[in-house]
Design a protein around this ligand. Structure first.
Ligand SMILES: Cc1ncc(COP(=O)(O)O)c(C=O)c1O
Length: 395
């Protein structure tokens, strides 16, 4: 069975008897990613874009190949549109400081945003406008349009798939609407990219961010896409060696993007591992991923829906890659502790969306998230452990 072969690719499952249902926080890493990083560290470790010796050239070539792999994966027009970052958080901060600070009048966000897509805009003191939600946490597109009409030169910053509630925004429609009013759009694809193909050319996003560690790659590496047309408007950020053409005591001439944004020695092994993770994901293929994950989620939802006193916060059918719930009169943290004791790893808490939780009148949920390696046995063990935990807590 393909799912068992996939599980074999992850060393974690060879030695662990834990049920891992927290892939939205970070994914496990396949052997090919670990091997690619190991090869860099043991066979051709050298700095990039500096040393003209053979080792340096080999490392530079692998690093730049990783950029190409990620560019093709996201269907960008030109690989210079891909900037390596530490992850989604750094990518959004970079856009805030280098672009939005000077060129955006305000920022329009959805009501489901991760703190990483709220704080960077507060930091540059831009007014934040929040799109109202309709029932089931879906965005009110009429309200969105009225915000766009009232706020020329806005930057729209939208989560693609909600990390906390698993629902996916209609971003193609929202990007087109924003563009009609002259706004630029940033998409936080931290959660969506591992579950569905992202085609930037088709979406026409202006900025888009992803993290390696949510795509079966290493931590501490991510990618930021900036549309080529906007490069002339983007200012330097975190400057230093590697970002420059010429330095004088009174001014500096910078290299073009992406190099202007990759000063200092970057996470070379991480970038190479990220490239290997994308190749791994592509070898599995989104057709399989979507079918497999939707089956697993549907299987979990079918059993969860039968549990007495379960509370969901959106339509059951719209939770695609993760499921958020509470059991009435039981605190999610108590469930988290008891599930952990039964070897089931889920995330409980506010999931970095405190304003959304406040809007719902709760302080958190239990979140179950899946990946390409999750199987039905994981769900069976989780449901059994959940039922036992509920029984214990309800006495
Ligand atoms: C939707 C979303 N945005 C941003 C982030 C932050 O990503 P990172 O920690 O990789 O910077 C996360 C991580 O959980 C996320 O789920």
């Amino acid at each position: 069975m393909q799912s068992e072969m996939i599980r074999d690719d992850f060393a974690f499952f060879n030695h662990s008897d834990l049920v891992y249902l927290d892939s939205a926080s970070t994914t496990q890493k396949p052997k090919s990613v670990l091997e690619a990083m190991d090869a860099y560290n043991t066979q051709y470790c050298a700095n990039i874009h500096r040393s003209s010796h053979g080792l340096g050239n080999a490392a530079t070539s692998k690093y730049e190949t990783a950029r190409e792999i990620i560019g093709k994966f996201l269907h960008v027009g030109d690989k210079s549109e891909i900037i390596f970052t530490k992850g989604v958080t750094e990518g959004i901060n970079l856009v805030a400081q280098s672009y939005a600070k000077e060129h955006a009048s305000c920022v329009i966000i959805s009501a489901l945003e991760h703190h990483s897509n709220i704080l960077p805009w507060q930091q540059i003191k831009k007014p934040l406008h929040v799109i109202q939600t309709k029932e089931n946490l879906t965005p009110d597109l009429e309200h969105f349009e009225s915000l766009l009409a009232q706020n020329p030169n806005a930057l729209v910053a939208l989560i693609h798939t909600s990390n906390a509630f698993g629902i996916t925004h209609p971003i193609k429609e929202m990007i087109a609407l924003a563009h009609r009013y002259g706004a630029k759009v940033l998409i936080d694809a931290a959660q969506s990219a591992s579950h569905m193909p992202i085609n930037i050319s088709d979406l026409d996003a202006d900025f888009l961010v992803i993290s390696g560690h949510k795509l079966y790659g290493p931590t501490g590496i991510g990618a930021l896409y900036i549309k080529k047309d906007l490069h002339p408007l983007c200012n330097p950020y975190q400057v230093g060696g590697g970002a420059i053409m010429q330095v004088f005591y009174d001014h500096t001439e910078y290299l073009p993007i992406p190099y202007m944004y990759e000063s200092g020695t970057p996470n070379i092994a991480g970038a190479i591992g990220f490239g290997a993770a994308i190749e791994y994901l592509q070898s599995v293929g989104y057709a399989y991923i979507a079918k497999h994950e939707q089956n697993i989620i549907a299987y979990a939802l079918e059993q969860l829906s039968q549990i007495e006193d379960i509370l969901f916060y959106t339509q059951v059918a719209s939770m695609q890659s993760n499921i958020s719930f509470n059991i009435s009169n039981i605190h999610h943290h108590d469930l988290g502790i008891l599930l952990d004791k039964q070897k089931v790893q889920v995330r409980v808490g506010h999931h970095c969306v405190q304003p959304t939780m406040r809007f719902l009148g709760i302080d958190g949920t239990v979140r179950v998230s899946v990946g390409i390696y999750t199987n039905k046995a994981d769900i069976d063990q989780f449901i059994k452990a959940l039922k036992r935990s509920i029984a214990m807590l309800k006495g």
